[in-house]
Design a protein around this ligand. Structure first.
Ligand SMILES: [Zn+2]
Length: 202
């Protein structure tokens, strides 16, 4: 007898094999407030760069398509693998490490997973598989998986594709950005590089 299951607010339990047998495609929205690990991570990032914790965040929309695929193990046998195509989108408030202004970074997840029977199989097949491997759990917490993938989609160094305003002087930027951009501080000041180039040309 298992203890009564009390799901956390964002919890979303699915039996992958049953869902795959029915070819189910699930869709939904995870409220921003339930993405606690993502919010914690954003607050940490903000703290490290001396910024206030981001005030607002966006819900995540997602879809999860389950399917069974035949897989020939040898000439006589086929097994049916459970596959999951997971897509998710949201936007998170970050601070650009180049111009230090806040901006919304779109996060997008589009990944294929194949379920395997145990950890040993996952370890054995992981290197040769292009897809991600997950151990089959009849109580897959889809919300936790979606949040894992959104966390992985966070940029290592948040940055505008193109900054909307001219860069502040690099020395100021390095001081303000603090620990989070230690590498940025070591990078040559772009204006100094430009001056050097101009001197060479003279
Ligand atoms: Zn920027």
């Amino acid at each position: 007898m298992s203890a009564p299951h009390s799901p956390s607010p964002g919890s979303l339990t699915v039996d992958p094999r049953a869902a795959a047998r029915e070819g189910r495609v699930l869709r939904g929205t995870l409220a921003a407030a339930t993405l606690e690990r993502l919010l914690d991570s954003l607050a940490d990032t903000a703290r490290q760069s001396g910024q206030p914790a981001p005030a607002h965040s966006h819900d995540a929309t997602w879809s999860a398509g389950f399917e069974l695929r035949e897989h020939a193990t040898d000439e006589r046998q086929t097994r049916h693998d459970v596959w999951l195509h997971l897509e998710a989108q949201t936007q998170v408030p970050l601070v650009c490490q180049r111009c230090l202004s806040p901006y919304l970074e779109p996060l997008s997840v589009d990944r294929w997973f194949r379920f395997v029977k145990d950890e040993a199989t996952a370890d054995a097949e992981d290197d040769s598989a292009e897809e991600d491997l997950l151990v089959l759990d009849p109580r897959l917490d889809l919300a936790a998986l979606i949040e894992d993938e959104l966390l992985l989609a966070l940029p290592l160094i948040p940055m505008h594709g193109q900054c909307p305003q001219p860069l502040p002087l690099a020395t100021d930027a390095a001081d303000e950005a603090g620990d989070a951009s230690g590498d940025a501080a070591k990078r040559p000041n772009p204006f100094a590089v430009l001056q050097a180039l101009q001197k060479k040309r003279d």
